[in-house]
Write a new protein. Structure first.
Length: 212
């Protein structure tokens, strides 16, 4: 039976970060700069995945505005989503591509209770078999909605940029290179991702400040 590693408390994040610093001392300066990341666990299930898809490639403000409109118009379950015609969904802010992806999710009939008991690998396989759900979306769902402790979104540009800065690399690492680097941080990769997202925001703000 595969052991499922889960983070469900701020104390676990702090302990995992202590262990991560021992594995890779470079994280010590990151922690000194940005502190201990906060727990980001959300609820799981259809609505959680639906919202992640809606938010893909959008600013936080734009994604929240569209999500609020969808909820206001009662689009909060697979059956309600499938009943809405595409023109109405487009008027609420969804692109035709995202409408296709969201309806594909609604038609998938995932048993989310059973899904939550699966291994990380099994969940990623199940989710990425649904059109419109790629590795990043599946990984984010596992990390934030299921609290899985040892995942890293290797295709995330912010994480790649944070790694580039952390290791003083000449260029942003590829997905394959990011996977190899982050593998060394197992079984604390989710906490590594959390603190590196904060680190990326810090260095980006610093760079923008220099341009002013």
């Amino acid at each position: 039976m595969v052991k499922i590693l889960v983070i469900d408390s701020q104390a676990q994040i702090a302990l995992s970060l202590d262990a991560l610093v021992k594995l890779e001392p470079k994280f010590l300066k990151v922690r000194e700069l940005v502190g201990t990341p906060k727990l980001r666990n959300r609820t799981d299930g259809f609505l959680a995945l639906f919202k992640i898809i809606v938010s893909q490639q959008l600013s936080t403000a734009s994604a929240e505005a569209i999500w609020t409109r969808l909820q206001t118009h009662g689009v909060s379950s697979p059956s309600e989503l499938l009943r809405k015609d595409d023109a109405h969904l487009r008027s609420l802010g969804l692109s035709q591509t995202k409408i296709s992806y969201c309806k594909g999710l609604a038609e998938s009939r995932i048993d989310y209770s059973t899904l939550a008991k699966c291994s990380d690998t099994e969940i990623l396989t199940i989710l990425t078999n649904i059109r419109g759900i790629g590795e990043w979306t599946a990984q984010i769902y596992c990390m934030f909605c299921l609290g899985r402790a040892d995942l890293f979104a290797c295709g995330d540009l912010a994480l790649q940029e944070a790694i580039r800065d952390l290791y003083k690399l000449p260029q942003r690492p590829s997905i394959k290179e990011t996977a190899l680097i982050s593998k060394e941080w197992s079984p604390y990769r989710t906490v590594a991702a959390l603190i590196l997202w904060n680190y990326y925001n810090k260095i980006r703000n610093r760079q923008e400040g220099r341009k002013r």
